[in-house]
Ligand binder design. Structure first.
Ligand code: NAD
Ligand code: ZN
Length: 263
């Protein structure tokens, strides 16, 4: 069966199957598990990550388009990218990986998801405790006076859309070189340190401070499990790394858990 990004579904090898089994057991035995996701978790929903060969980020260099300095300097230019990002996000559906995480939460086996993504796909899949580390694209706010606007589509009439005060509006995301809101850092730290198992899914684990969260779990004696198509900055510190697509591996983990609990 082809997966949504066009590649053939990869058949898991023996090692991968054993690792999936091990993770399933760890989740069942855990006193509290959490997940942290990055752009890779949404690649199979058609939203490219920063390294993807096609799509958005091959045309818009994030260094040039995703920093707060670039927005302040030329909001109209950055809105050309943001408009395309918002349209891509609005056309995307959760993939089986998002759905498996939502199922784990509803089974009482996952306390919450810390996500670096701004695409709302965890909520669309049914997850209820989603800590949006880098914000979201569901609403806008004024860069100058902070007034909120619920209608994200104001950009359809002008780039940048403008506040009543004249200031440029921006989505409720966190640009690079901007502070993460204190409340989301606090809640994420709390979730990570209260958890004895942290699943780190589809993130290159280099964007800080998000990349520090798994270490909160580890510092309290918990385990880190990584799911990624390739090795990352976190691999050497992970207790288990499962290499493959999250949209394929997470449903396998869910099935293995169901087999274990139904035994
Ligand atoms: P990243 O682009 O730096 O890394 C993505 C990681 O996902 C890589 O390590 C890659 O190997 C892995 N990956 C790719 N496809 C995968 C798959 N199918 N299954 C599992 N892993 C896969 O992304 P990042 O670590 O999230 O950091 C970049 C920043 O960009 C984040 O802060 C995020 O806010 C932002 N971003 C968000 C979105 C989104 O909202 N969907 C998309 C692009 C970038
Ligand atoms: Zn304003």
């Amino acid at each position: 069966m082809p997966s949504e990004d066009g590649d053939a579904m990869t058949k898991p090898d023996k090692e991968t199957k054993e690792k999936v089994q091990k993770l399933a057991q760890w989740i069942v035995d855990s006193k509290g598990a959490a997940a942290m996701t990055g752009a890779g978790a949404s690649v199979e929903s058609g939203i490219p990550d920063f390294r993807g060969k096609n799509g958005l980020w091959s045309r818009y260099d994030p260094e040039e388009y995703a920093t707060i300095f670039s927005f302040i300097e030329d909001p109209a230019k950055v809105w050309n990218m943001l408009a395309e990002l918002i349209e891509t996000i609005e056309g995307a559906e959760p993939n089986p990986g998002h759905k498996a995480l939502a199922a784990l939460e509803s089974m009482g086996l996952l306390e919450g998801v810390i996500t670096q993504n701004v695409d709302s796909l965890h909520q669309k899949a049914g997850s209820t405790r989603v800590l949006e580390f880098h914000g979201h694209c569901r609403s806008l706010r004024c860069q100058d006076c902070n007034k909120h606007y619920d209608d994200v589509h104001l950009y359809r009439t002008e780039h940048p859309p403008r506040c009543k005060c004249g200031g440029p509006l921006r989505p409720d995301i966190v640009f690079f070189d901007e502070q993460i809101p204190g409340a989301v850092i606090r809640e994420s730290k709390e979730l990570a340190s209260d958890s004895d198992l942290m699943l780190v899914i589809g993130t290159s684990a280099v964007v800080v401070p998000a990349a520090y969260m798994p270490y909160q779990t580890k510092a309290n004696g918990g385990r880190i499990v990584e799911i990624n198509t390739e090795a990352t900055a976190l691999t050497q510190d992970a207790d288990l790394s499962i290499f493959g697509k999250s949209g394929e591996l997470l449903p396998m983990v869910l099935k293995a858990i169901k087999d274990l609990v139904e035994k």
